[in-house]
Design a binder for this molecule. Structure first.
Ligand code: SAM
Length: 261
């Protein structure tokens, strides 16, 4: 009997209808699949039934990795490692479909790493990922709302995002205290050109550092009060960081890159 480790965010999905819903979010047959944190392999079994071309799984827990090897034998390729240490862009020579009931303590870190590291050639076709509901709400938040912030701006830069459903704690064992949400991400065809995505991280960090304050201070810190940028992007410095649209943040980053180049 496997004992769930809290430190690795182990809440195993046991509700069959939710497992089905996850694999039915996108087409799996004949695709190369990457699953993050397969745990006891409940989702892996459902994916296998849909006849993918191949499945890679990344699982940090040694005990669970051995268990998965015994359960699935050569049907899956197991990478017994920390997903944060893997460079997925080097693993595959075709676009993959990614599934993950992510460990909640590192879910935003994983997603930010993937978005920030995205080159012009996407290494994935789509991502089907589960988050703590409160985090999912921040990812999909619209501007002018209190959930809108750095995570929404960074995630929506190159990706389109759709919420599939919310999931109750009863769907897991052990039961988490919080609700979860399933999100579906796929590459945008067009997005604002940013030379170094680290600048998007920087701009959003400085603007949202004091999210209740007006835009004047962070703007002046970054742009030295450059009125030309304000006029071009139609920005009113009396507004607050959450009042600027996604597009304005991407364009601000691009203007910032022009300024420092
Ligand atoms: N997918 C399984 C399910 O739905 O039943 C398990 C999901 S559980 C929320 C998260 C899984 O991610 C666990 O199996 C845990 O061991 C694994 N994990 C935690 N941290 C990890 C990391 N840094 N890299 C890879 N796997 C990790």
């Amino acid at each position: 009997m496997i004992k769930a480790k809290k430190s690795l965010g182990q809440n195993f999905l046991i509700d069959k209808s939710i497992l089905e819903k996850i694999v039915n979010t996108t087409d799996v047959s004949n695709k190369t699949i990457l699953e993050i944190g397969p745990g006891t392999g409940n989702l892996t079994s459902c994916i296998l039934k849909k006849k993918p071309k191949q499945i890679f799984v990344i699982e940090k827990d040694n005990e669970l990795s051995i268990n998965l090897k015994n359960k699935f034998n050569n049907q899956i390729k197991i990478i017994n490692n920390d997903v944060l240490k893997i460079d997925e862009t080097k693993l595959f020579n075709e676009r993959v479909t990614v599934f993950g009931n992510l460990p909640y303590n590192i879910s935003t870190e994983i997603l930010s790493k993937w978005v920030i590291n995205l080159k012009n050639n996407f290494w994935f076709e789509c991502l089907v990922l589960m988050f703590q509901k409160e985090v999912a709400d921040r990812i999909i938040a619209e501007f002018n709302t209190s959930n809108y912030g750095r995570l929404s701006i960074i995630c929506n830069w190159k990706l389109k995002i759709k919420k599939i459903c919310d999931i109750k704690p009863e769907a897991f064992f052990p039961r988490p205290k919080i609700e979860s949400s399933l999100l579906y991400f796929y590459p945008k065809k067009n997005f604002t050109k940013i030379k170094d995505p680290k600048n998007l991280e920087k701009i959003t960090r400085i603007f949202f550092n004091q999210r209740r304050k007006m835009l004047k201070k962070p703007f002046n810190q970054l742009f030295n009060g450059d009125k030309r940028v304000l006029d071009k992007l139609n920005i009113d410095l009396n507004l607050r960081p959450q009042n600027l649209t996604l597009d304005t943040y991407y364009k601000l980053t691009s203007e910032y890159e022009n300024l420092i180049s």
